[in-house]
Design a protein around this ligand. Sequence first.
Ligand code: ZN
Length: 134
Amino acid sequence: MKISHIEHIGIAVKNLQDAIPYYENILGLKCYNVEEVADQKVKTAFFQVGQTKIELLESADPEGTIAKFIDKKGEGVHHIAYAVADGVNNALSEVAGKGVQLIDKQGRKGAEGLTIGFLHPKSTQGVLTELCEK
Ligand code: ZN
């Protein structure tokens, strides 16, 4: 696979409305998009930092994966997303062939029109890893 850059860093927060002012007023970033991704049960807020984005994730459902993550670990970094230049499906099957455990066997639709696929943190030293393409 060919990784071009870190597309975004996903950060789990209890509440977007409470978290956005830190990024805007303290870090001086601008929230340019708030979007609900229904099939992942999350509300997201995005900030651009060079080529990379910060993606804040609030659970839209008390049983969602973000809610469960915060119950276990508290708010904080949730995943790292790498932009792959040669296709998410290619990359997923390539790493599966190298013995990496996948959460997604095939790319699916994520926020901002990206195709995304997750690798299991069991195979990535505990870092939930997302591969994505435009
Ligand atoms: Zn993400």
